[in-house]
Design a protein around this ligand. Structure first.
Ligand code: AHR
Length: 522
């Protein structure tokens, strides 16, 4: 009798759930989601490099040339397409020559912006570029234009890229590396409106012209991709002034930085407070609102880019994004160590969906940061590592890399907090090289499930496979005692009949829906 009663209540509940119908459409013009949207960022900050990625050759922790093997393996699984280094704010006081040659002869550097500690420069250009090679990822170097000269940058490029005979290529060879690494991606300074020199947009535009003119591989064949240090958030004037004043032949991309927090806009020097783990329903709502705001910001920067660059030669590179909360209690100030919960997974999910949906201009992005800093994908403590909820999102979403963007048409139900509301469902879709369609669907609503009906009768679908990242509580996270609480698991509670895929996405969760087809009509 009880069972019938439960079944009846469940049926009535299903009836009251409004169903959201989602249709998949091909956009008018084909857009490939650049794999570089799934890039990462490792700065000399806190325990990201030292006591994070790099433990040194003599460490008891298994390592390859000083880099933790467990981290190498975890990163390989994500197929990370590019890795940005050495900063961030650190980049504009980093002198690359201090990080080459015998390690015991290298001078130290004081990390003035991040905690003021001395670093021994044991992780330098060779260490970084060899790591990228090992990972099969493209390096993205932020050049120092704050305290470094044009010549320093030219020499660095010659050191990493020149295959002929030159003073810098000879020095590289002397330091044990014969072949050049051919680094393509170069940032021309970082946050030059702030920690990178507090410049005006006009001053930086001129400085960019100067540095960029000399950032070349060799005469008449420049395959270097120069990224201008762009705006933070809604500073549209910065983008406007740069694009008005920089000749197109000198620039391949302009960047954008944006961090998500419960308190709204932040940036270098304006660290937010508020715990990464203990937050209220209001904090949760405000954080997701802040994450979703990036869409409006991207659209507005793109509008300006469309005005100055009609033929879309210049890319938008969001080379710093992610959550920024108060530092974990008991950790060093300015080391920006924060835990990572299901809330961070939602932030990553919606942000990556937004990047995918704007892949026409957004060609690259870098999550801040890889290990032990801000929205890290990996946390370390001694010999142990944790793969965070954000790691699992990056892994699920990696199927979108270099896939063809598809459009999703739907009217989202509403997620309310007091008098404010947001769209509860957020999604993007792409078709991969084998014709399979991958849909990443996020339910940001922390109270309600939402029923979704995908209308797929136009497609020949052989099989449907769904993975979900979900948790009982929104602040669930993995820690050094339980590394497995939040992860991606297979989801089978769906119905697929006559071209309709019906499922209910639980509160605060993400799904990756794979539609497997051998005769795709799209
Ligand atoms: O990612 C941390 C810091 O945030 C970077 O160093 C800086 O570029 C930004 O303000």
């Amino acid at each position: 009798m009880r069972i019938y009663l439960f079944a009846f209540i469940f049926f009535c509940f299903k009836l009251t759930l409004a169903q959201t119908k989602i249709n998949i459409q091909i956009p008018e013009t084909t857009t490939t989601i650049s794999k570089h949207i799934y890039g990462h960022f490792a700065e000399h900050l806190g325990r990201c490099i030292y006591d994070g990625i790099y433990v040194g050759e003599n460490s008891e922790i298994p390592n390859l040339n000083g880099v933790r093997i467990d981290i190498i393996e975890a990163l390989k699984q994500l197929k990370i397409p590019n890795l940005r280094w050495p900063g961030g704010c650190f980049a504009d006081y980093y002198h690359w020559r201090d990080g080459i040659g015998p390690k015991d002869k290298r001078p130290s550097i004081v990390n003035i912006w991040w905690g003021g500690e001395s670093e021994d420069n044991s992780f330098g250009t060779h260490d970084f570029l060899n790591l990228c090679e090992e990972l099969g990822t493209e390096p993205f170097i932020s050049a120092n234009i704050g305290t470094g000269s044009v010549r320093d940058v030219m020499d660095w490029i010659q050191y990493t890229n020149h295959d002929g005979k030159s003073p810098m290529s000879e020095l590289r060879k002397k330091n044990g590396r014969e072949a050049p690494w051919n680094v393509k991606f170069w940032g021309v300074g970082n946050e030059t409106w702030g920690c990178g020199g507090l410049m005006t947009a006009e001053f930086y535009a001129n400085r960019f012209r100067l540095y960029s003119s000399f950032m070349t591989n060799r005469q008449n064949s420049n395959n270097i991709y120069r990224v201008a240090a762009g705006a933070y958030g809604e500073n549209y004037n910065w983008t406007e002034v740069l694009l008005k004043n920089i000749p197109k032949k000198l620039i391949e991309a302009i960047s954008l930085h944006y961090y998500t927090s419960a308190s709204g806009v932040i940036g270098a020097g304006k660290n937010p407070t508020g715990s990464a783990i203990n937050f209220s329903p209001k904090d949760y709502f405000m954080t997701i609102k802040s994450a979703l705001k990036i869409e409006e910001i991207i659209k507005n920067h793109i509008k300006i880019m469309d005005k100055y660059d009609k033929d879309q030669k210049i890319d938008l590179v969001v080379d710093e994004w992610g959550s920024w909360f108060g530092e974990e209690v008991g950790t060093k100030p300015r080391f920006l160590y924060q835990q990572n919960t299901m809330r961070d997974a939602i932030i990553a999910g919606v942000t990556l969906n937004i990047f995918n949906n704007h892949a026409r201009r957004v060609k690259m992005a870098n999550l801040a940061q890889t290990v032990n800093v801000l929205q890290a994908i990996i946390l370390t403590e001694g010999k142990k590592i944790i793969l965070t909820p954000t790691y699992h999102v990056m892994k699920l979403y990696s199927v979108h890399q270099n896939a063809e963007l598809l459009n999703l048409k739907f009217d989202s139900p509403i997620y309310k907090y007091k008098l404010e509301s947001l769209k509860a469902l957020n999604a993007s879709a792409s078709k991969d090289k084998s014709g399979n369609i991958n849909i990443s669907l996020v339910n940001i609503d922390n109270k309600k499930s939402h029923e979704v009906l995908f209308q797929l009768s136009d497609l020949d679908i052989k099989d449907v496979r769904i993975n979900i990242i979900s948790s009982e509580k929104i602040n669930d996270h993995n820690d050094f005692k339980n590394n497995d609480l939040v992860k991606s698991v297979s989801f089978t509670n769906f119905e697929y009949n006559s071209g309709n895929l019906d499922l209910e996405i639980p509160p605060h969760s993400l799904m990756l829906i794979k539609l497997i087809s051998d005769r795709n009509k799209l």
